[in-house]
Design a protein around this ligand. Structure first.
Ligand code: HEM
Length: 366
């Protein structure tokens, strides 16, 4: 055992002398510390999303060894992977479950930094890169959903790509670009595949690097009310104390995911038939449900404008407000404690939960 450890250490030293990693990362790691207070638990969420993203990349690469991105072969290749390839079902199920967990935790991360007002100066860009990352994760979820080319995904994508078509002037163009034609076909699958395995993960990688770099540069923020109350706040070193706690969280997440994947493997359903009528109960992934259900409730016209268009514009406006929130909440930037934005965020969260519930009640599983 001992010679192996020595050989390993010597190899690492050899590499480090040439690359100089410990010179650059060493001081950074020693400097970084994490504040300890009663909200510290929220600091684990960002690292958890990071871990799940890397798990997605790893399981996604394994899936690529068997997946075939064409309308004629996609469904069959996934069927083969599930039935014939050793542990293929496990890898696919892990990828599907981890995608859901990652988006759920990214939402929780957003709400926690929003409620703790961690977007206050100088962390405006950390917030903006975060919101863009959430949009990218939603894009990854939307494009990945179609890839097995089953009935549910096919019709849900037809509905999903129809929505931007309502927009005036650019709507028709947007829908055609998304679909690669008039309707959802093999061309849409090829496009979604390209976005899902290269464009979106590439952009996500770059933005994660920027986001984490900014977190590193500014350190972890301390909530205003904790700052006011505490006299000289306590903190713990990031390496190794917080990192080891992070690791425990990641192992727990992996255990939960493995259990979910083993007991509730991802389903495949039946192959998409573009000429068949849309089955009852078509519904999107849970993270789009509140928007889907809102659009359903809207009347055909609102003040002479198409109801769906009003809904889409309203969601676009909310997304924009979310993106530039650090510049809208001027009171927090000045260090004043006001609860306007916090209350708005809580109302928004309640709305999302309620509409998601109503969506599932109105559209039970196929
Ligand atoms: C792929 C998605 C994301 C990854 C991998 C990620 C990663 C991280 C990590 C590792 C941290 C440091 C630990 C922590 O505070 O939890 C962090 C902090 C932060 N994140 Fe994210 N994040 C993501 C998405 C988001 C989103 C959606 C937002 C909200 C818009 C956001 C806003 C922030 C802010 C403001 C901080 C600083 C928190 C503080 O200083 O207290 N991030 N993120």
């Amino acid at each position: 055992m001992f010679p192996v450890r020595t050989a390993l250490r010597e190899t690492l030293t050899w590499v480090d002398r040439r690359v100089g990693l410990s010179e650059t990362l060493g001081p950074l790691a020693r400097k970084k510390s994490v504040p300890i207070h009663r909200h510290s638990v929220w600091y684990y969420l960002g690292g958890m999303v990071l871990f799940l993203f890397f798990l997605q990349v790893a399981t996604g690469i394994l899936l690529l060894f068997y997946y075939r991105p064409s309308a004629g072969e996609a469904f069959e290749s996934v069927q083969f992977l599930m039935a014939e390839v050793k542990f293929g079902w496990l890898i696919r199920s892990l990828h599907a479950w981890a995608a859901n967990l990652m988006i759920f935790i990214a939402f929780a991360h957003l709400f926690s930094v929003l409620l703790l007002k961690a977007y206050r100066p100088p962390r405006e860009l950390t917030w903006i890169t975060g919101v863009l990352l959430l949009f990218l994760l939603l894009g990854l979820g939307f494009t990945g959903y179609l890839l097995p080319w089953n009935e549910l995904a096919f019709f849900a994508t037809r509905v999903g790509t129809e929505i931007p078509g309502v927009l005036p002037v650019v709507g028709g163009f947007l829908r055609t670009v998304l679909r690669g034609g008039e309707d959802v076909t093999g061309a849409t699958l090829t496009r979604f595949y390209a976005l899902h395995v290269s464009v979106l993960p590439g952009l996500t990688f770059l933005l994660i690097a920027l986001h984490v770099l900014l977190v590193q540069r500014h350190g972890m923020s301390v909530p205003m009310h904790v700052e006011e109350r505490s006299h000289g706040s306590r903190s713990m070193p990031f390496v190794p104390h917080f990192l080891l706690r992070d690791l425990v969280g990641w192992l727990t997440a992996l255990a939960v995911l493995a259990t979910l994947a083993a007991f509730f493997p991802a389903e495949l359903g039946v192959k998409a038939d573009p000429f068949a009528p849309a089955p009852e109960g078509i519904r999107p992934e849970w993270y789009f449900m509140f928007m889907f259900q809102t659009l359903k409730y809207l009347p055909a016209t609102i003040l002479g404008v198409e109801g769906e268009l009003v809904g889409i514009l309203a969601f676009g406006l909310v997304a924009l407000v979310l993106l530039v929130l650090p510049f809208l909440d001027r009171a927090s930037a000045r260090g004043e404690r006001r609860s306007t934005w916090r209350n708005l965020a809580l109302a928004g969260l309640l709305y999302v939960l309620l509409l998601t519930y109503l969506g599932y009640r109105a559209n039970p599983a196929l």
